[in-house]
Design a protein around this ligand. Structure first.
Ligand code: ADP
Length: 489
């Protein structure tokens, strides 16, 4: 390569000098050794790209793995190296542990970032990484195993003094036991898969007459989804809000919180819109919920990035629901208000570096909202895979778009329908909402249907604007929209 001549430093014109003094001392340029030389990303889509971006900033080489359906994907294009690990179905590619490990070994990757989903919460995978001398970017397998079994996680939290919903102590093995717990807890109750995730293996039971059917369906669904059909039960809250606390911990026992996220806009128990801070919390409740998130994390000696999920009832009481031992889909809203790059911190922590921040360093600024853009019919929620024929990404102040979409990309039918996350940040919630509206107005995705039109309607809804909603709000709103449409036709 032709040697580039080093340019002599340009002297600043006198007129701009008065601004220079506003840069805090010592805040010019930080240099540090890259935590790793090379990382393999065991994921696809926007999160694989998100990890690649963090690695580029840290000066780390990247290896992409991909299935035959993802040959032309952006994470493959932007990684330094890439390896095909199998055919389209996840079980044969992104979940194929021997193939992922072989790819890391062949390329000499020192660490694996699992993203979310796929192998990210698989303790066996973490053990295999360790046995092969590869660093897993996340907590250890013991913590993942403990938190992955929700019944066990609840028992651990109970012992630590974290508030729980009334529920069965551990798993419920028979319909008779389920009926006995139903009487004790009081209806409605929810039957949940111990290995649950993605809203699967959950059934609401309104009274004893429904128990047998619902209990058995939850178990069947759990067996199919997780090959583990154990279930537990807890009180079903009627109008709760889903509030979660972001945690970062290092290997030296430092644990901090980056605040909460409000994730109550859901359908089929799946999040669609997230924001930070939550419009439902006053300063006192916020402090209590953060403190409980920290207590939960400390109880298991947590390290790396993690999230404690709570349900908040109308009286301001909140209860532990589960802990996710990985980066969350919705981590960007926290990044926007905290200024902390969570993925970079994950990598640094895994390399044994100390947290760059103390709790006192964390000053949350403004408000951020994220809309999940899914490849689906916005009102029927049915998948809409296909080729993207035209695209325009919104921009302007306060807008961030995390996506792996590109012109002519083919969205395959095999994976999660999330194709982009549109994030708006503003000085306050009103400004964030205004920015989200104009971003949605200039977002163009043609060739497939997306959830964007639904987001645009929600952004104008008085309940959303006032912050007055629970986890059921969206389903009620969708039913109302459906009725309206039926009347028109
Ligand atoms: P998953 O891990 O499958 O996503 P979660 O336990 O996180 O399941 O629950 C997902 C959503 O289901 C919650 O955000 C909430 O809307 C609903 N939910 C779960 N448990 C309860 C409960 N006890 N009462 C009311 N809603 C619940």
């Amino acid at each position: 390569m032709a040697a580039l001549k080093r340019m002599p430093p340009r002297s600043e014109p006198a007129a701009t000098n008065r601004f220079v003094s506003r840069i805090p001392e010592g805040d010019t340029e930080r240099s540090f050794d890259p935590p790793f030389r090379k990382i393999l990303i065991a994921n696809r889509g926007e999160i694989a790209l998100r990890v690649i971006l963090a690695c580029k900033e840290l000066g780390i080489q990247t290896v992409a793995v991909y299935s035959e359906a993802d040959r032309d994907a952006l994470h493959v294009r932007f990684a330094d190296q890439d390896i095909c690990i199998g055919p389209a179905p996840s079980a044969k590619s992104y979940l194929n542990i021997p193939q992922v490990i072989a790819a890391a070994e062949v390329t000499g990757a020192e660490a694996i970032h699992p993203g979310y989903g796929f192998l990210s919460e698989n303790p066996h995978f973490v053990d295999v990484c360790q046995a092969c001398g590869i660093v897993f970017i996340g907590p250890n397998s013991e913590i993942i195993r403990m938190m992955g079994n929700k019944a066990q996680a609840k028992a651990t939290m109970k012992a630590a003094g974290v508030p729980l919903l009334p529920g069965s102590d551990g798993v419920v093995d028979t319909v008779e036991d389920a009926l006995a717990w139903g009487e004790k807890i009081g209806y409605p109750v929810i039957v949940k898969a111990s290995a649950g995730g993605g809203g699967r293996g959950m059934r609401i039971v309104n009274g004893p007459d429904e128990m047998s059917d619902m209990y058995n369906t939850a178990r069947t669904e759990a067996r199919a989804a997780f090959t583990d059909d154990t279930v537990y039960m807890e009180k079903y809250l009627l109008e709760p809000r889903h509030i979660e606390v972001q945690i970062l911990g290092d290997l030296f026992g430092n644990i901090i919180t980056l605040g909460e996220r409000e994730c109550s806009i859901q359908r089929r128990h799946q999040k669609l819109i997230e924001e930070s801070p939550s419009p439902a919390l006053g300063p006192e409740l916020r402090q209590r919920i953060w403190a409980m998130g920290l207590r939960a994390a400390r109880a298991v000696g947590y390290f790396n990035a993690g999230t404690i999920e709570f349900l908040l009832d109308a009286r301001g009481e909140f209860f532990f629901m589960e802990m996710n031992t990985r980066v969350q889909v919705e981590h960007p809203v926290t990044e926007m208000v905290s200024g902390v790059d969570i993925v970079k911190e994950q990598i640094r922590i895994a390399a044994g570096q100390k947290l760059e921040y103390t709790q006192e360093d964390i000053a949350l600024r403004g408000h951020a909202i994220e809309c999940r853009i899914n490849a689906e019919d916005p009102f029927r929620c049915t998948p809409s895979p296909g080729r993207i024929t035209a695209l325009n990404f919104p921009g302007g102040p306060g807008i961030r778009m995390d996506t792996a979409m590109h012109q002519d990309a083919v969205i395959p039918p095999y994976y999660d329908s999330l194709v982009a996350k549109l994030i708006a940040h503003g000085r306050d919630r009103t400004e964030a909402l205004a920015r989200m509206r104009r971003a949605l107005d200039t977002l163009v995705v043609e060739g497939i249907k997306t959830s964007a039109p639904l987001h645009r309607l929600i952004m104008d809804h008085p309940d959303f604007i006032s912050g007055n909603f629970s986890t059921h709000w969206l389903e009620v709103y969708l039913a109302a929209l459906e009725k309206e449409r039926a009347e028109v036709h």
